[in-house]
Design a protein around this ligand. Structure first.
Ligand code: AMP
Ligand code: ZN
Length: 467
């Protein structure tokens, strides 16, 4: 298996820390609003990665957080807590908002056949783990307190910004106006807030530094280490997390442990709309329920996402979604017909086995989904592969594609003949049962005059249209 590692800027062989096992952490949703279909693109990519690793033979422990506190409207510690803001605007409690949008997110995941990660952890359930990690950083001299907040001092480490590949001097010269005058370095970031310009926050906890709430980045470090250990294999997210969120996660995690934290950093590219990156904060975004309300199946959107490589931008349009829908429907129709004719084969023939290898080697090569889909369609159209092999292989491919092909019903034989013809068929059966062969013959002729041939099969009589 090969994966592109953002840290090294190249595709690398994947070598797990522990043989046969993968620990994978993915930044989860910030639950102050619905996930938009751009967010969902990233979660689909992570699901495909998880399932591909499984098909490659690994047992995967997948951990995802739910950000229900600490994510400010600005990534650089500026702005207001996103949930707090929403609560102020709607008059609902932050807890109700978090619960509502977490449930909405789970419903989206289910509709998209995204497998629920083994561990889904809420930030607000792990405040003590975050406090313990901040204390560890404090003991090692990586923090300072100013204006009531606890900050991480990036000047206490020498490789800050290595993920984004930016030198510190470049970052400094390009830094935005320093909003927070308490920072010794504009790139320093908050680990614990006690001083909020918005006064009393609804979510506050006691801490050694006073009553307050955690910064956003510390939650991912604390929770990933709790469930995956201090050194694990893969960390994922959208590319927007690279310059600040993941950069800061790395700084604090490696400062605390004194060693490499994550081996492979995998990032999904953006979903775009007409105006560029789809984002929640712009207010102009599409959700999965909106697509469904326009008559699409959630899996049309999953198929659409599979048509683009996760490291290239994907532009959403209804026209493109229509193409995805018609391709998915053609696939479903083909599977339905195959199911009507045959059972999946137990052992694949030589040709089908070749397609299987090609399909999975595309996926194992940095998740080349568009290439894998092309192999799948070539196989479906290949007359030299039996339906039984096709069906078996499609069901196997669907372990990763997750288009619910296992649930597609077999195509029902179209009923030939109308109500009157079938009454005659029944009458004929009765006549035969009563050994009234003359009447049975008469009915057969009558049916022929009506254009139908009656045939007796082990499953009972059938009608065929005389052409
Ligand atoms: P959030 O709920 O804002 O914390 O974002 C959840 C995930 O979606 C993160 O991994 C983001 O990096 C990712 N994301 C945000 N916007 C987009 C977009 N337009 N396309 C793809 N992924 C995105
Ligand atoms: Zn994170």
């Amino acid at each position: 298996m090969k994966l592109y590692n953002t840290m090294d800027r190249k595709v690398e062989d994947f070598v797990p820390i522990e043989e046969g096992k993968v620990g994978m952490y993915c930044c989860g949703p910030t639950v102050y609003n619905y996930a938009h279909i751009g967010n969902l693109r990233t979660f689909i990519f992570e699901d495909v990665l998880h399932k591909t690793l499984q098909e490659a033979g690994y047992s995967v422990k997948h951990v995802m957080n739910i950000t229900d506190v600490g994510h400010l409207t600005g990534d650089g510690d500026d702005g207001e807590d996103k949930l707090g803001k929403r609560s102020r605007e709607t008059g609902k409690s932050v807890w109700d908002i978090a619960k509502f949008y977490t449930d909405a997110f789970f419903a989206d995941e289910k509709a998209l056949n995204i497998e629920r990660p083994q561990v889904v952890c809420k930030a607000t359930d792990h405040i003590q783990d975050m406090i313990a990690l901040i204390q560890r950083l404090e003991e090692k001299g990586h923090t300072y307190t100013a204006g009531g907040n606890v900050y991480f001092s990036i000047d206490t480490i020498d490789d800050y910004g290595k993920l984004a590949g930016q030198k510190q001097e470049d970052k400094l010269s390009g830094a935005r106006i320093v909003v927070d005058g308490n920072k010794r370095n504009p790139q320093d970031f908050v680990l614990w807030f006690t001083n909020s310009k918005f006064g009393e926050q609804a979510m506050m906890w006691d801490s050694p530094w006073g009553r307050g709430y955690p910064g956003w980045h510390i939650e991912c470090s604390a929770m990933s280490m709790k469930y995956l250990g201090e050194h694990f294999d893969i960390h994922c997210g959208g590319i927007d997390a690279i310059p600040v969120h993941h950069t800061n996660e790395i700084a604090q995690s490696e400062a605390a442990t004194g060693k490499t934290w994550v081996n492979y950093w995998c990032h999904g590219e953006f979903l775009l709309n007409d105006k560029g990156k789809m984002s929640k904060s712009s207010g102009e975004f599409l959700t999965l329920p909106v697509l469904v309300s326009h008559g699409y199946d959630a899996l049309d959107y999953r198929y659409f996402c599979l048509t683009g490589h996760y490291r290239t931008q994907l532009k959403f349009s209804y026209e493109a979604l229509d193409h995805a829908r018609s391709a998915r429907e053609r696939l479903v129709a083909a599977v339905s017909e195959m199911k009507a004719k045959t059972e999946p084969s137990e052992v694949l023939g030589e040709k089908a086995a070749e397609y299987k290898d090609k399909f999975f080697s595309s996926l194992f090569n940095d998740l080349r989904c568009p290439e894998a889909l092309a192999v799948m369609w070539k196989m479906v159209k290949d007359g030299s592969v039996s339906d039984a092999d096709k069906l078996a292989l499609l069901l196997k491919m669907d372990k990763v594609l997750s288009l619910s092909l296992d649930k597609v019903p077999a195509k029902k034989e179209e009923k030939v003949g109308g109500e009157e013809e079938w009454k005659l068929v029944e009458e004929r059966s009765m006549a035969k049962k009563n050994k009234d062969y003359a009447r049975a013959d008469q009915i057969r002729k009558e049916l022929e005059e009506r254009g139908y041939l009656v045939k007796d099969t082990p499953k009972g009589p059938i009608l065929e249209k005389i052409l």
